[in-house]
Design a binder for this molecule. Structure first.
Ligand SMILES: C[S@@+](CC[C@H](N)C(=O)[O-])C[C@H]1O[C@@H](n2cnc3c(N)ncnc32)[C@H](O)[C@@H]1O
Length: 451
């Protein structure tokens, strides 16, 4: 009998990464998440997956009675109804999961292990919110005071629960932002080691001549270097200390079939020292030349999926047939730096759906006038949005269903919360299609290694 690939999901959010890993063949046993509305998303989807279509109507009616949905317009209610009705109880997710609602910092490792029982833990996966670490020194920002320790909760659980694999997902900024890395140099054994994260946090109180991490000699000194990608080095060092073989890479979800440019860093670790084989891209940017088309044909690599094809191949639900050269995706009233666009064409994947930006994305069938673009672009220092009068723009916000499609969630995925909270959950997620590619690659790496 094939053993289940048991997954503990941390920082689960709306479950994007987990859906993808389940599609690859993992089984989520425990999911931890802080935000009550995201926990409700997970619990409600587990329930929804089991409902017959007759019961789905009841589910929808009951859902719509909740406080968070009371401001839905009648069109939004109708869309909600149509979207959730698409669930057929054939696709099932999170069926064996228990959601632990609360701050990971207050949840002991033994709670997780007692919930696991005798099941062998295959994988821990999650994306802790984290900014790159900053300066080593007196600054309050030392190790991103607010959330900097959250990555360490992930390390703690990997250390205590020893999964066969872990999947650590994060912003790509940690691969290039300059960060102070503190090394201990040993003048006796000549080693130079990054100091453990916990020691780094105490650095101001540390004496010179600390015991060498390697040989125990006190003939040591500190060296601080400001390194591009130093945060990544610090994090990987923690996993290596636990004995994991680590590989890391920035992947773009568009290269794996998502209609969205979304680059994320993945660190994959193997307890048994297996070498992780990164998934091959299935899609790539089209160069629109015959030669490129031939290349797609021979390599079996498809062109990136466009927003047009993913969302409205043919007609928009409100505006009907539209001119795809004129219509734009518009980030409504968000002022952006001069080199970052405010609108995008539909014949390409969407830009990254950010947690804070998702609720502002709109379909503008006639495009956005120049003077409105000007208001939203910081071309020159000191320009304010109110310097010129607002310009009316015909538009409609992207619906939950449309945002879910850009993130490759099933369209019927139930989202709990207010409009902002729902957009936040979607914008925070790993596209399931990318999670699936990672999960499949883990299984393949394991098989290749065992052969
Ligand atoms: C980047 S999102 C993860 C998204 C998720 N991987 C997905 O694919 O949908 C990070 C999540 O961590 C949660 N979180 C933040 N602080 C937390 C804490 N202290 N304990 C548990 N979860 C936390 C946030 O609420 C958020 O949902």
């Amino acid at each position: 009998m094939v053993q289940k690939r048991i997954l503990i999901s941390l920082f689960t959010g709306a479950g994007g990464l987990d859906l993808g890993l389940e599609q690859a063949g993992f089984t989520t046993k425990i999911a931890n998440e802080l935000e009550p509305q995201a926990c409700e998303t997970l619990r409600k989807n587990k329930e929804l997956c089991n409902l017959s279509s007759a019961k789905v109507n009841e589910f929808i009616t009951k859902s719509l009675e909740q406080k968070c949905f009371k401001h839905l317009t009648s069109i939004e209610e109708e869309l909600f109804f149509k979207r959730i009705r698409k669930h057929t109880n054939k696709e099932k997710y999170l069926q064996e999961s228990t959601v632990i609602e609360g701050d990971i910092r207050n949840i002991s490792s033994s709670k997780f292990s007692s919930m696991l029982g005798s099941d062998e833990l295959y994988c821990i996966a999650g994306g802790p919110p984290c900014q790159p670490f900053s300066k080593a020194g007196k600054q309050k920002s030392f190790d991103c005071a607010k959330n900097g320790d959250l990555f360490y909760e992930f390390v703690r659980l990997v250390g205590d629960l020893h999964p066969k694999w872990f999947v650590f997902e994060n912003v790509k900024g940690i691969t290039f932002t300059k960060t102070d890395v503190i090394y201990q140099k040993c003048l006796s054994c000549k080693s130079q080691e990054i100091i453990p994260f916990k020691m780094r946090q105490e650095f101001e109180n540390l004496k010179h001549n600390n015991e060498c991490i390697k040989c125990g000699s006190t003939n040591t000194e500190w060296k601080i270097e400001n390194v591009a990608g130093g945060s990544l080095n610090i994090i990987v060092n923690e996993f290596k200390k636990l004995g994991y073989q680590c590989s890391y890479k920035v992947l773009n979800a568009a290269d794996y079939g998502a209609p969205q440019i979304r680059e994320r860093l993945f660190i994959i670790g193997s307890r048994e020292g297996k070498v992780f084989q990164w998934p091959e891209p299935t899609h790539q940017k089209s160069k629109n030349s015959n030669c490129q088309q031939d290349m797609f044909a021979t390599n079996n690599i498809k062109p990136w999926v466009t927003m047009y094809d993913a969302l409205w191949p043919g007609t928009h639900p409100i505006y009907g047939k539209f001119d795809k050269n004129m219509a734009k995706l518009w980030v409504k009233n968000v002022v952006r730096p001069h080199d970052e666009p405010v609108t995008w064409n539909f014949d390409r994947p969407s830009p990254t759906i950010g947690a804070h930006q998702g609720a502002k994305l709109a379909f503008a069938p006639n495009g956005v006038p120049e003077n409105q673009l000007y208001r939203q672009q910081w071309a020159t220092k000191g320009r304010k949005q109110g310097d010129t009068p607002p310009v009316p723009v015909e538009h409609v916000y992207l619906s939950d269903g449309e945002l879910l499609k850009l993130q490759t969630f099933p369209e019927w995925w139930y989202l709990h919360g207010t409009r902002m909270q729902r957009a936040f959950q979607i914008g925070n997620a790993v596209p399931p299609i990318l999670g699936r590619a990672i999960g499949q690659a883990i299984i393949l790496s394991e098989e290749l290694h065992d052969d």
